[in-house]
Design a protein around this ligand. Sequence first.
Ligand SMILES: [Zn+2]
Ligand SMILES: [Zn+2]
Length: 276
Amino acid sequence: MSNLPLEVVEMFGQTIVKVVEITIPLAVVFSVLTHFWACNSGTPWWRKRELITDICYWFFVPLFARVFRIAFLVLGAGVVFKIYDADDLIAFYDNGHGPLSELPLWLQALLFLVLSDFMLYWLHRMFHGGAFWKYHAIHHSSEDLDWISAARFHPVNLFLGTIAVDVILLMAGISPNIMLWVGPFTTFHSAFVHANLNWSLGPFKYVLATPVFHRWHHTALVEQGGNTNFAGTFPIWDILFGTFRMPENELPNAYGVDDATIPSEIGGQLAYPFRQ
Ligand SMILES: [Zn+2]
Ligand SMILES: [Zn+2]
């Protein structure tokens, strides 16, 4: 008898426990910070509209991303490198492979952050246009934008976003061990840029994406500059490609998309793009 169903349940359990462990400190930290440095006054995050929707994404997205990251890594190793055996797969990915895996781990982590952010910048711009927008509109549907809104992504947006980029870089040889640092950083940083904070970090606003930087991106499209600030982590991409926008002495204050047909619960949102 295969142990696979049991292993899957165990993996789901582990992921849920990990998410809970991360969520509690994040909730405490952002509750305190937004009490003192709120970007927009009003209700605290725990009383925000669509909180249940965001909590569902918060747990669903890490599970979904984990399962498909592994599936695509296995598939990719088979198609590109003709590796099919379970032990060979583990050996192939365990500590990375090829020249990239020879670099010091900190450099691999930095390389991963920069390269993935560059790819995600262009994928993000792609999702703001044409047939892709309806998938990304889900991420922009939060009107009470806060740290817990960070995980609200349609699966199609995840496939052609973080999952694809992670798989490409791990297949290129970067060691998965970097995730020990990169994972917590990206989780914290993505919650941070969505948090209701008036922080723009002074001159460091050009170095690292801040809450004010990303909250501008969530304002109504075009009129307020929603088609700017596409970078996830490093605003340098927006500076280089002419999409950087941080008005002086002004804070963003209205978020969401002008589309009343986007449902407010997760099931309806997942189906939304396919109904368009
Ligand atoms: Zn966007
Ligand atoms: Zn966002």
